[in-house]
Design a protein around this ligand. Structure first.
Ligand SMILES: Cc1cc2nc3c(=O)[nH]c(=O)nc-3n(C[C@H](O)[C@H](O)[C@H](O)COP(=O)(O)OP(=O)(O)OC[C@H]3O[C@@H](n4cnc5c(N)ncnc54)[C@H](O)[C@@H]3O)c2cc1C
Length: 335
């Protein structure tokens, strides 16, 4: 597949990138940001939402740096997976980064691009000619949803691995644009709609992921279901975090990915765990509640019924890792 033509801009500072955006906005010209390009350019090759200008954020010094408090949006996933500081303080985040795609993709892919990757759907992530032959969908060239006929909003699935872990850590993102900068908690960042996706304005650049000190007190685990362990996107993913007093849960968080158009916290399910002992009986109870609340669509590889059931399995395994107990046995392809 051949990349369609666009004008590539390579600013050398964040201020220069924002100046470029100011100009495009004033002239009404379309543009995209480019980090590793592992998501954006794959979509461009399928002629999905191609823009006239592409602003490369690669090598912007303001988007680099890894510490326990902050990760620059331009940091590569392999560097996060192998960072000693991240390993020691947030092992689940290192693991989620290590589980993204394949080693080659992690050499280009950034944490910013991971959080902002496009939503995915069987009817959308196809070549242009496939889409035309199947009359396309409302996220691309048509105005009809092929997954839920009659649906007027997009149900494409968000499939990022890092967002659920960062949600459980209480992280926020720093957005910088022509109107200044602002910090948005990740819990208020995503919108459960496949086209709109998040509250970031098109002109804003994600510069940094900020990690609160409370995250260091939380024990976090992440589990992911995917077809091929060597490369695939999650077809379901669950992060679980707890603050413990002995085996008693003082506070806990559950977040999912790849079962809706956003990565989401599940406070109603997590609430049931407050003050309880972290063990298999509680894990079974929370897993049943989570499965009952989930509504995945038929738009990724595995059937929605299977993905729904697997959410429970993944949660039990994540809770078992945090609590140090044996999860109930199950037959599955989950990681
Ligand atoms: C075969 C394959 C397997 C994959 N498997 C996984 C997987 O298992 N798990 C997973 O999570 N992802 C997976 N991905 C998706 C993708 O590779 C990753 O999410 C990656 O981290 C995206 O980062 P990037 O830097 O390449 O983003 P890009 O492609 O450069 O950008 C993605 C989007 O974010 C925007 N963007 C990027 N950075 C910024 C910024 N700083 N500010 C504002 N906007 C920005 C771009 O405009 C674009 O819309 C896979 C991709 C492929 C091709």
């Amino acid at each position: 597949m051949i990349l369609p033509s666009f004008e590539l801009h390579r600013p050398s500072s964040l201020a220069e990138a924002i100046d470029l955006v100011r100009g495009f906005e004033a002239r009404g010209e379309s543009y995209d940001f480019l980090s590793g390009g592992t998501d954006l350019l794959a979509n461009y090759k399928c002629k999905i939402n191609v823009k006239r200008h592409v602003v490369s954020l690669r090598h912007l010094p303001e988007l680099l740096g890894i510490s326990r408090d902050s990760i620059g949006a331009g940091e590569l996933l392999w560097r996060i997976a192998e960072s000693q500081e991240i390993h020691e303080s947030f092992p689940a985040l290192a693991k989620a980064a290590e589980w993204v795609a394949s080693p080659l993709i992690r050499e280009s892919a950034t944490i910013g691009g991971n959080l902002l990757q496009d939503t995915r759907c069987y009817h959308y992530n196809q070549t242009y000619w496939w889409r035309v032959a199947h009359e396309s969908c409302l996220k691309a060239e048509a105005d009809v949803c092929r997954v839920v006929p009659g649906e007027k909003t997009c149900v494409a699935t968000y499939c990022g691995d890092l967002a659920p872990v960062l949600l459980c850590m209480g992280a926020s993102v720093r957005l910088v644009g022509p109107d200044g900068s602002r910090d948005v908690p990740l819990s208020a960042f995503y919108i459960d709609e496949g086209i709109q996706r998040f509250v970031k304005k098109p002109s804003e650049i994600l510069s940094e992921v900020r990690i609160p000190t409370e995250a260091r007190r939380r024990k976090v685990a992440y589990r992911k279901l995917r077809l091929r362990q060597s490369i695939d996107f999650p077809d379901a993913g669950i992060a679980f975090a707890a603050e413990l007093s002995g085996s008693r849960i003082v506070n806990c968080w559950i977040a999912s990915t790849a079962v809706g158009s956003a990565a989401l916290l599940h406070p109603d399910v997590a609430q049931k765990a407050m003050g309880r002992d972290l063990g298999e009986p509680l894990a079974g109870e929370l897993a049943a509640a989570l499965v009952a609340s989930a509504r995945p669509y038929r738009n990724t590889f595995f059937a929605p019924g299977y993905r729904k059931e697997m959410l429970g399995v993944l949660l039990r395994r994540a809770m078992a890792e945090v609590g140090g107990f044996e999860p109930a046995p199950s037959q599955s392809a989950a990681g």
